[in-house]
Design a protein around this ligand. Sequence first.
Ligand SMILES: Nc1nc2c(c(=O)[nH]1)N[C@H]1C(S)=C(S)[C@@H](COP(=O)(O)O)O[C@H]1N2
Ligand SMILES: [Mo]
Length: 433
Amino acid sequence: MRTGDHHLAGGSDPTDLTDLTDEANYERVRLPSRRGLLRLSAGAGLTAGLSAGLPGGLTAAFGPRPASAAAGIVKPLPPELFIPQGTNAEMRWEAMRGQGYLTPADRFFVRNHVATPLIDARTWRLRLWGTGLRGAPAEDRPVEFTYEDLLRLPSETVTAFIECTGNGRGFYTSQQGQEVSGTAWRLGAVGVARWRGVRLATVLRRAGITPEAVDILPRGLDAEFVDKGENLGRVRRPLPVAKAMKDALLAYEMNGAPLPPDHGFPVRLVVPSWAGIASIKWLGDIQVADEPLFSPWNTRYYRLFVPGYPEEGSAPLTRMNVKSAFELPWEATVPARPHALHGRSWSGNGRIRHTDVSVDGGRTWRRARLRDRHPNPRSWVRWDLPWRPERPGRYELLARATDETGAAQPTTAPYNTLGYLFGAVVRHPVTVA
Ligand SMILES: Nc1nc2c(c(=O)[nH]1)N[C@H]1C(S)=C(S)[C@@H](COP(=O)(O)O)O[C@H]1N2
Ligand SMILES: [Mo]
């Protein structure tokens, strides 16, 4: 771990538990034994986020594995909003019920390969280097931008979803009976926020990007990622220059507030419509190259691997596919009287054209009412539909969206070993009581 790295906050004070880059502190946060928690709560340097997650009597509040201290995530993870998934936290879809258009930061899913680092914006620098910049600056002599530099550049606001490529992965197994590896998300690894920052194009131009540049490689400041004993280095994923120049944002605000630590403070990339892995958090440096770049995140992950097809897999995944979700608990219980069903649909291809809903397991379909008159092509659309359940019992609710390219949700998602892009219609179990 790079604890001596001056990008990262915190020193060697063993009671400073805000420093998640310290191995021992991180262990205590990651595997909170009851004694560890007591030590945590006594620690002077406890962050507001952590203490908010540890209210009142610890013994009363938690069982053996408290969700609120899961695996290196700083913000509280109350069980009514989140499902813990290892180092990650999935949003419960019922947490969007009664919310506005955006996903509030307190319930936005977190996908961390390792753990949230706490970074000091005053010493942080964004460093650009490589053969795709004028003068080809070396990695140790980069073009630098401070946090203040970025705040002073012209800003832009983009409302866009960020979605994990594995969102829905659990349904390969539970709905299609297929074995896949990776986090078994249901549909809660997606959120929509209003991101404000500087266009990546602006910063690349100022850094001297040349017409020969073809790929950039943004890299995070979180700890190196070790997969089954193999150190793959820091999280980094090549992005073609064309997409980087088109609509990628260096975001420093989320829903009108500074980025929260878990979502990339001080600065993250937001790459609209693309696989969530493109939106690198805790951005530290960007290599700009006049030749194609590779990292494990565009070779061994984030491609479709299918038995019987070439071993190197598909082309690297880019746009996300069409999906829909009901704003209901998984398994939901609803009253046996007329009420409205609510949900949202989204697609990386652009606007949602319509969403059809079935309350009888897929035999008949009705078109939902889209609640957003001018759907945003980089975001979701809210919809609703009245439902008068005829009798108590078990139901399966289905929602199937079609986007502006004509792409619709299929009945079955094409199998791939890593379980990416589950876009099939999900059968949501509901009991009418
Ligand atoms: N540095 C860094 N950036 C990262 C990740 C990470 O682990 N480290 N995870 C990626 C993945 S796989 C996803 S889906 C999104 C999730 O963003 P969120 O945690 O803000 O929801 O961040 C991406 N950016
Ligand atoms: Mo992801």
